[in-house]
Design a protein around this ligand. Structure first.
Ligand SMILES: NC(=O)c1ccc[n+]([C@@H]2O[C@H](COP(=O)([O-])OP(=O)(O)OC[C@H]3O[C@@H](n4cnc5c(N)ncnc54)[C@H](OP(=O)(O)O)[C@@H]3O)[C@@H](O)[C@H]2O)c1
Length: 324
């Protein structure tokens, strides 16, 4: 079976659209290091930033004519939406249409956990629209719904420690996932077979409540932190007072509303599944296994790590400048 997969991959052109962002770069890095003889094409508005091991091509979601050339000759394509509030639904549709016209055979769409019918300005609306358009128009497709990044929790922790309060719109549970695990899952789908028509959820191993994550962060940092449910008005006032622009405030509120609605309250084994072990074959064949937020032991001392694979540990929260 492995030999058959290798034969399929040989000379295959795999594209990643939205390749210069954090997730795009990580996915391209996963793809170029995996065996199979496939070619990797990385599409972005800044192709000059692409690793030498992949072919960089220019593609702007706001300029569909640029996408025709960008997607030409690709066999498989991952579409990672950009984050431009208000524009993203149209961008997703434009990218999918351009890729269908370019003759791409298999599409992987990066979506969000909890995707459901929603209207703009809810952040999830554009993902749902993209999913529906994909299902209606792509020859073959796979959807990968990512949970909230563990790295995002680290950022929130840093911003909350001085106040001693981690806020949310209601108590809620989220299965934070390391961004690297989402990238590994995407790469596994792109080079694997048997994923047509599947909707996967890339999640961490635990559904952490607000109180549990506050306690976890407090334990990691040794500083007091409590979870507090506040109103949308209070959240808006606090973020505005902190100097954040209105657009960012709206995004933060939309994320917290998704948390409160239970959009990220799901744990699956999709990230850790490997070829041959699960009926559908593997999403992630990286061998790193499931991460997200979890406990680890180091130096004989009990330590709690945020996302073991991503290296987000105590040091990340205490030393915001450190890269690992
Ligand atoms: N699950 C989560 O917790 C979470 C958190 C944050 C974001 N996200 C979502 O995850 C996806 C990727 O996240 P990320 O961390 O990789 O974000 P990121 O680092 O901000 O990357 C986004 C990339 O989008 C590209 N882009 C922006 N406008 C574009 C356009 N008009 N046409 C083509 N490309 C454009 C930019 O690349 P160029 O400027 O080079 O074109 C940028 O590098 C997005 O859908 C984002 O909304 C998820």
């Amino acid at each position: 079976m492995r030999i058959e997969i290798m034969k399929t991959l040989l000379n295959m052109k795999i594209g990643v659209s939205g390749a210069s962002g954090h997730l795009g770069r990580a996915t391209v890095a996963e793809l170029v290091q995996r065996p199979g003889g496939h070619e990797v094409v990385a599409i972005s508005r800044t192709p000059e930033t692409i690793t030498a091991l992949a072919q960089g091509r220019f593609g702007d979601y706001n300029r569909p004519e640029s996408l025709a050339e960008a997607y030409a000759g690709l066999d498989r394509l991952l579409i990672i939406p950009a984050l431009e509030p208000g524009k993203r639904a149209a961008q997703n549709v434009a990218a999918l249409d351009a890729a269908v016209r370019a003759g791409v055979n298999h599409f992987v769409f990066m979506s969000t956990a909890g995707a459901r019918p929603e209207e703009e300005p809810a952040l999830g609306a554009s993902y749902w629209r993209g999913e529906q358009h994909l299902i209606a128009t792509a020859p073959t497709w796979t959807i990968l719904r990512m949970n909230y990044y563990a790295e995002g929790l680290v950022q929130q922790a840093r911003a909350s420690l001085d106040q001693g309060v981690l806020t949310g719109l209601a108590e809620n549970r989220v299965a934070f996932v390391a961004r690297g695990d989402v990238a590994a899952a995407a790469a596994g789908i792109l080079i694997g077979d048997g994923h047509a028509g599947a909707i996967y959820n890339a999640t961490g191993p635990e559904r952490l409540s607000g109180a549990e994550r506050a306690a976890l962060i407090a334990e990691i940092t040794g500083r007091p932190l409590a979870f507090l449910a506040i109103t949308e008005e209070q959240l808006r006032a606090g973020l505005t007072q902190a100097g954040l622009p209105a657009e960012v405030v709206n995004i933060a509120i939309s994320i917290q509303a998704s948390f409160a609605a239970g959009a990220f309250d799901i744990v699956t084994g999709d990230v850790e599944r490997r070829p041959g072990q699960a009926p559908m074959g593997g999403v992630c064949d990286s061998g790193w296994g499931r991460t997200g937020l979890r406990e680890s032991r180091s130096d004989g001392r009990f330590a709690i790590g945020l996302s073991l694979r991503g290296g987000y540990r105590r040091n990340q929260i205490l030393n915001p400048g450190s890269s690992k």
